[in-house]
Design a protein around this ligand. Structure first.
Ligand code: EPU
Length: 306
């Protein structure tokens, strides 16, 4: 975009964080695909994030905020304007009794382990989920019968335009893999209510969860987790598996042999390989089963380089 050199240099004068130019997003997504963002900023802390967003909005620059990139596919043409990365920053954890307040950039796994160390139960299901607390809230991450909706009491939310509000659990609008956290309302931090429990029991449960995950999901490979949401009362993975589609390839993208609702990057996949494979699977499931699969992953950015 025009004036990108200005974005980076003007932003450097405002933020106390880090600003990089022409950054390949493949390095910031767990699927390891995606072209360049014009600029990428890692704010120093929450105040710095808010200050940077105020500035970016006053300049009307396109801006995309993201966490760990674990549920995200960025197009090969990259992202126009600025990406604000909330991973590796804003990751404080404060524990008081059975209540935890943590920053949106906090890695979910760090939170899970910290809670376990304190003898707090309620997050064991999240052991091994790659992602930030903010991303987990936005997508209402869940597994093994629980989800973020079950533990989040409230979150501090910055609304586009600059106001900051506390949203309680109801206002966060949690639904299956969905919430009211959007590009226009970003979670800054959250309060979680957990339960006191035996530390050894918590650790045992976390180990069980990790073992189940390892057995059922291609954890060692580059992926974005589940590609599709489960249709009501059914399972996307089971449907795709029953159609014999495991191992289906498009370029370097392949439908995992371990779990049919995972696409893995076998090494040299492009975003267009991944997105093309998603489309192919959707079409095949629709024509052979009459089911409309809805992607769980977010697909953002330009398809091709300008
Ligand atoms: N199945 C198959 N073949 C496959 C995969 C699954 O037949 O290749 C069958 C399984 O045997 C099982 C059913 O499908 O009967 C459901 O599979 P699984 O237990 O693996 O759970 P899932 O519904 O595919 C959901 C979440 C996961 C979460 C697991 C564990 C969604 C879209 N996915 O998967 O979340 O880890 O449950 O609770 O809701 C994610 O959101 O990224 C994610 C990984």
């Amino acid at each position: 975009m025009n004036g990108i050199a200005n974005i980076a240099s003007e932003l450097r004068a405002v933020t106390g964080g880090k600003v990089l130019e022409r950054v390949l997003m493949s390095g910031y997504t767990t699927m390891k695909v995606g072209g360049p963002a014009d600029a990428l900023c890692v704010p120093a802390d929450t105040d710095d994030l808010c200050k940077s967003l105020d500035f970016v909005e006053s300049r009307r620059w396109p801006c995309f905020t993201m966490g760990a990139g674990s549920n995200l596919i960025v197009g090969d043409g990259g992202i126009e304007g600025l990406v604000i990365l909330m991973r590796g920053t804003m990751d404080s954890i404060e524990i008081e009794g059975d209540t935890v307040r943590a920053g949106a950039g906090c890695a979910l796994t760090k939170l899970v382990h910290e809670a376990a160390r304190e003898g707090l139960s309620g997050l064991e299901w999240a052991a091994g989920i790659p992602g930030t607390l903010g991303g987990a809230i936005a997508g209402n991450a869940g597994a093994f019968g629980s989800d973020m909706a079950a533990v989040v009491v409230e979150a501090k939310v910055r609304i586009r335009g600059g106001s900051i509000e506390n949203w309680n659990n109801r206002e966060l609008g949690f639904a299956y893999r969905n919430s009211s956290i959007t590009a226009d309302a970003i979670a800054l931090d959250a309060v979680l209510k957990l339960n006191r429990a035996d530390k050894l029991e918590i650790q045992k449960r976390m180990k069980e969860i990790m073992e189940k995950r390892k057995a059922a999901q291609p954890l060692g490979e580059a992926s974005s987790g589940s590609i599709f949401k489960n249709p009501a009362g059914s399972s996307a993975g089971r449907i795709i598996d029953e159609l014999g589609l495991k191992g289906k390839k498009r370029g370097g993208a392949m439908l995992s042999h371990v779990h049919a609702n995972f696409i893995v990057n076998t090494g040299k996949a492009t975003a267009s390989d991944v997105i093309g494979l998603i489309d192919e699977i959707r079409r095949e499931v629709k024509s052979r089963r009459g089911v409309d699969l809805e992607p769980e992953v977010r697909i953002v950015g330009r398809e091709t380089m300008k």
